[in-house]
Design a protein around this ligand. Structure first.
Ligand code: 5RP
Length: 259
């Protein structure tokens, strides 16, 4: 018998299961990265097996690609797909305008490229990521290994005049070495507590030559699907339309395929 899900995992499953209902036969899909996205890939593979859907999938990281292939999904590169109908991804925070912080899993560069190449980006999340204002989650900034010390100093200078609540920064580590992204870069996590002007901060950070991308996803997300541990699913849209409520069966989680 499988272990009961934690409350967080039950919410992540519900969001993922709810969002997978948006997928239609023939779609080209972007697959996000992270624990919530893993539930989505598994729920998607279950639908493909059950309904015989023909889908073309573009993963946003090596690990998501490995999982999708292992579960029998058809995986191609973004350039092979050309353009995507829908991307479903997780997030670390979302605000009332559906602006996001992403990159907790270190995949935000590919995630942003894939989201920008999609007709629609839908975020899947448990309720803990719902914030009134972005910034409590440390903002990931991807930087090149070349000149990383200088780049970090220049990021510090940007923060001196930025409208934020705090100015901490830390190079992300994996064991004793800097974390390396799929693109061979490193990540600096900015502890800002509160970001008052996300667009200004993103623009200023991108002016630093060694900064490749930030985890601020502004104006990219079309809808957020929020899953609750009891199976309730709420979908909020960026167009301001009324939220839509649905329900999934939490027991389905135990029956999903595993890699
Ligand atoms: O942006 C991401 C990876 O770069 C993830 O989507 C984000 O960190 C959320 O992860 P999880 O679903 O595990 O909470």
């Amino acid at each position: 018998m499988s272990e009961p899900l934690s409350q967080a995992d039950a919410g992540k499953f519900a969001a993922a299961r709810g969002a997978v209902d948006l997928v239609e036969d023939g779609m080209k899909l972007g697959l996000g990265t992270g624990s919530t996205a893993n539930w989505m890939v598994r729920a998607l593979a279950a639908r493909v097996a059950r309904e015989g859907l023909t889908l073309t999938c573009v993963p946003t990281s090596t690990r998501t690609g490995d999982l999708a292939r292992a579960l029998g999904l058809t995986v191609v590169t973004l350039d092979e797909a050309g353009w995507l109908d829908l991307t479903i991804d997780g997030a670390d925070e979302f605000d009332p305008a559906l602006n996001l912080i992403k990159g907790g899993g270190g995949a935000h560069l590919q995630e942003k490229i894939v989201a920008a190449a999609s007709d629609r980006m839908v975020v899947i999340t448990d309720p803990s990521k719902d914030v009134a204002q972005l910034g409590a989650f440390p903002l990931p900034v991807e930087i090149t290994p070349f000149g990383m010390g200088v780049t970090s100093k220049l990021i510090g200078k940007v923060l001196e005049t930025a409208a934020v609540g705090a100015r901490g920064s830390r190079l992300r580590m994996q064991g004793d070495a800097p974390f390396v992204t799929d693109e061979g870069n490193h990540i600096v996590d900015l502890a800002l507590e509160r970001i008052d002007a996300p667009a200004d901060l993103a623009a200023a950070l991108l002016q630093v030559p060694g900064v490749v991308e930030t985890g601020l996803f502004l104006g990219l997300c079309d809808a957020v699907v929020i899953g609750h541990p009891d199976g309730r699913v709420e979908t909020r849209r960026a167009d301001g339309s009324a939220p839509v409520f649905a329900r999934v069966d939490p027991a389905e989680a135990a029956a999903l395929p595993v890699a």
